[in-house]
Design a protein around this ligand. Structure first.
Ligand SMILES: O=P(O)(O)OC[C@H]1O[C@@H](O)[C@H](O)[C@@H](O)[C@@H]1O
Length: 303
């Protein structure tokens, strides 16, 4: 990792620079007229984003996040790929795939006319990825840092056979107090309740989602516009999804939070995950040579 060389090749004076961040991890810091953001090429993960006029960060990042090579970092927007959730083949491979723990390659950093900054990172199969998952792929993430944050994941099948994946943008949103928020937009949708271990039974969401116990649900046939209303931070987070009809809502609550070594005991109050995913019955099949996309735009509005 040569920070000077990266700054010389990709840095943008006054707007984008490479720095050594927590535990020496390489970070891309963006500060333009519209927003500030931090992205790490490890996992292609956005860690922070704050629109110029907003007092608070959009995203939660755990003080206990690992920042150790080969481990995932809890917070920001981890990318889950080529599977979301437990190993689909039951071989004991990592939950949420392996791509969030690997270094990605920088392709483009550029300023756009509207004042936003575009960052494009990618990762391609190699010996190490094929040892875990045999398929040839090219995966890219485009991150647009502007008055909104837009993240788009593009998967290309480089092989001769159809590629089946599940995937997700595992967004951790910072909240003032999780027990006081409302997640809006999923009213009337059917969900699988993973926290209650109710198998594949579908339950219908009655009203807005609130948090008063562990929440771990996969919502199906969801609309493209969701929101989190947060009276403590006095804001509404808007989430507009693309190419996703499935949404996971997760808050670990007290016990699971205490069991997780990469969360502080009180962190369950500080975030809610509302994740833009393709999983459960939404498995994506990509024909040889073709691409599939998933994405989301995030915005912060005052209440
Ligand atoms: O700790 P991880 O692997 O980042 O996963 C966090 C959570 O991610 C959620 O998406 C899952 O529904 C939960 O079951 C899981 O615990």
């Amino acid at each position: 990792m040569d920070i000077d060389a990266l700054n010389a090749e990709f840095g943008i004076a006054g707007t984008l620079r490479f720095v050594e961040g927590r535990s020496g991890f390489l970070m891309i810091e963006v500060e333009n007229a519209l927003a500030t953001a931090t992205i790490t090429p490890f996992g292609g993960q956005v860690l922070h984003y704050r629109p110029r006029e907003a007092p608070d960060d959009l995203l939660f990042l755990s003080d206990q996040a690992h920042f150790t090579a080969g481990k995932e970092n809890k917070g920001g927007i981890p990318i889950c790929w080529p599977w979301f959730g437990p190993d689909p083949e039951g071989q004991g491979r990592a939950t949420h795939g392996f791509i969030r723990c690997l270094p990605w390659t920088l392709h483009v950093c550029e300023e756009l006319e509207d004042g936003s900054t575009r960052i494009h990172l990618g990762i391609t199969d190699d010996e190490a990825t094929r040892a875990i998952w045999p398929l040839p792929f090219e995966l890219g993430v485009e991150i647009l840092v502007g008055s909104t944050l837009a993240v788009t994941l593009v998967s290309r099948n480089r092989g001769d056979h159809p590629m089946r994946i599940t995937q997700g943008l595992h967004s951790y949103f910072k909240v003032g107090d999780a027990t006081r928020i409302r997640v809006l937009g999923l009213e009337g949708c059917r969900y699988i309740d993973k926290a209650r271990g109710a198998g594949d039974a579908r339950i219908v969401q009655d009203g807005a989602i609130t948090v008063g116990a562990e929440v771990n649900r996969i919502y199906e046939a969801v609309p493209a516009r969701l929101a989190i209303e947060d009276p403590v931070l006095g804001r509404r987070i808007g989430i507009d999804t693309r190419h996703s009809r499935t949404c996971v809502v997760w808050n670990p609550w007290i016990e699971t939070c205490r069991e997780m070594e990469d969360l502080g005991d009180e962190d369950y109050r500080r975030f809610i995950c509302v994740e833009t995913v393709n999983t459960a019955s939404e498995v994506i099949e990509i024909p040889p040579g073709q691409e599939a996309r998933i994405g989301a735009d995030y915005r912060v509005e005052s209440l």
